[in-house]
Ligand binder design. Structure first.
Ligand code: MN
Length: 318
């Protein structure tokens, strides 16, 4: 359920900024949860603009089109013309570097606190919430368009309700009624059909797959040139845990996407944070879905992820 106090914090925020000039930013490469959250917030603050850096993902792009959402790059705005920046669906500068230097007036996030380095004047943080959309849906009245977006955000971010609470279904039911949307329509945007290049990336990931059986888990690793999180989700469904690496030449770092089945007891965000501590970089996320940017090559990064996972799995047993 919604943590007590959040609607009050939100009311206080609105009392101060609802009539202000507010920039609302999503994390880079926005997903539907982030876009829907920003859009719902923008409906409440008439003088706001939605900013998002880097290309949104496919679902987010569909949602932007469906609801006619206008976005601008955060880097294109002049800070002086705004009262401040509201950030949704993240609280880490790594995921939105251009937020540096802004006055952060509001943070709404459902990610765990590791990796959180943003501090907002008003903060609505609930790591138990499966999505940022669910948090926002319970803050205030939601109109039909925002309800449509938030419904998609809830369906998309919750990995088909793997981390849902009773309140998630209540909230989704209420939003779907407000949006007059049926589930199939929402699901088409929440889980869009993959493009051919995505399918190729996933099959390539499977072709390069390696796996070990350790600490009672089947741990898979592979390397891709793109779509690392899609590949990680798909492979974790067949194994128990999957770490997918992608080398980023410009940054000279390895991006890791990690996914686990719900029965896996080792929190992946902890594995990611440990790997980052050992190799340099940053890591975090959720227990079953996490990521890292590691200052090492792909082979060494994957090896470290597996070792840290096994170490945590074994220390949890004793
Ligand atoms: Mn989210």
């Amino acid at each position: 359920m919604q943590k007590a106090g959040h609607p009050e914090v939100f009311r206080e925020f609105l009392a101060k900024y609802a009539k202000g000039r507010v920039a609302i930013a999503t994390h880079n490469r926005a997903d539907t949860d982030a876009i829907a959250s920003a859009f719902a917030l923008s409906k409440i603050i008439p003088g706001s603009v939605i900013c998002t850096d880097e290309e949104p993902n496919e679902g987010a792009r569909m949602l932007i089109e469906r609801l006619g959402i206008k976005t601008v790059p955060l880097s294109s705005l002049r800070k002086e013309e705004f009262d401040g920046l509201a950030v949704v669906d993240t609280s880490a500068f790594t995921l939105i570097p251009n937020a540096k230097g802004w006055k952060l007036i509001l943070i709404i996030d459902h990610h765990r606190s590791d990796g959180r380095d943003m501090k907002g004047e008003f903060e609505i943080l609930d790591p138990d919430s499966p999505s940022a959309s669910e948090i926002i849906a319970n803050l205030t009245e939601i109109g039909p368009d925002a309800a449509f977006g938030l419904s998609v955000g809830i369906i998309a971010d919750g990995a088909r309700f793997k981390s849902a609470r009773a309140g998630t279904f209540d909230t989704l039911g209420r939003l779907m009624k407000a949006a007059k949307a049926d589930y199939r329509e929402l699901l088409e945007i929440a889980e869009p059909d993959p493009k051919p290049e995505t399918k190729l990336a996933m099959l390539t990931a499977m072709k390069r797959l390696e796996f070990v059986y350790a600490a009672g888990y089947i741990i898979a690793t592979t390397e891709v040139g793109s779509n690392e999180s899609d590949a990680a989700s798909l492979i974790a469904d067949a194994a128990d845990v999957c770490f997918v690496a992608k080398w980023k030449d410009f940054e000279k770092e390895t991006r890791i996407s990690a996914r686990a089945r719900k029965s896996v007891s080792v929190p992946l965000n902890k594995v990611m944070a440990q790997a980052a501590q050992m190799l340099g970089g940053a890591g975090g996320g959720h227990a079953k879905a996490a990521g890292a940017a590691l200052k090492a090559h792909t082979d060494e990064s994957l090896k470290t992820c597996v070792e840290e996972f096994v170490r945590l799995a074994e220390s949890g047993k004793s």
